[in-house]
Design a protein around this ligand. Sequence first.
Ligand SMILES: [Fe+2]
Ligand SMILES: [Fe+2]
Length: 212
Amino acid sequence: MKYTDADIDKLRRDVAAYLTEKRYRHTLAVEGETAYMAALYMPERENELRAAALLHDIAKKLSYENQLNYIREFDIMIGEKDPVGDVAHAPAGAAMIKAHFPAFDDPDIISAVRYHSTGRAYMTVFEAIIFLADYIEPTRSHESCRALREKFHREADAASTMDERLGALCRAVVDAMRSTVYYVRSSGMELDPETLTALSYFEAGGVLRDSV
Ligand SMILES: [Fe+2]
Ligand SMILES: [Fe+2]
């Protein structure tokens, strides 16, 4: 593995400075959910996945302006328009890894943090794990998150082949995206087009890719 357990222990302490107490609890819960999925899907990359989970929300405390500054300075890929307010912390977090945690500037970690909020078409399994763990981690008490967590665990644990297991992950990612679209629309907020593009990709039969 690229990172030792000691590297991850240190990272777990270091990210606390970037997060509110509540967000830190959420971050640790995402790490726990990610570790469960790492065991099912890519045990050899567990520590890279843990690192992505620990880093995924590090830009959340910044103002929108500062998030955009990071995105521009580090040339993180965004669409033609600036990302909508709620999701800008994802590309900004990818930029902050390059600025403040260069040891974790790994293509899988960067893309998983970059797309953790919106998802994207052609998502990788690594990205899907972080995206889903963020949505279903056990401190999320909303009914749709709880129901999806139970359904996903049931299906993933029952799967006897990797193909079946990947099917469970893909279905859960699509369910999470559909819930996000419904929630954002019904609360009158602006939906980032990346999520709709991702949803169309999977609804047209798109699958999770192996690598970035
Ligand atoms: Fe986030
Ligand atoms: Fe999060």
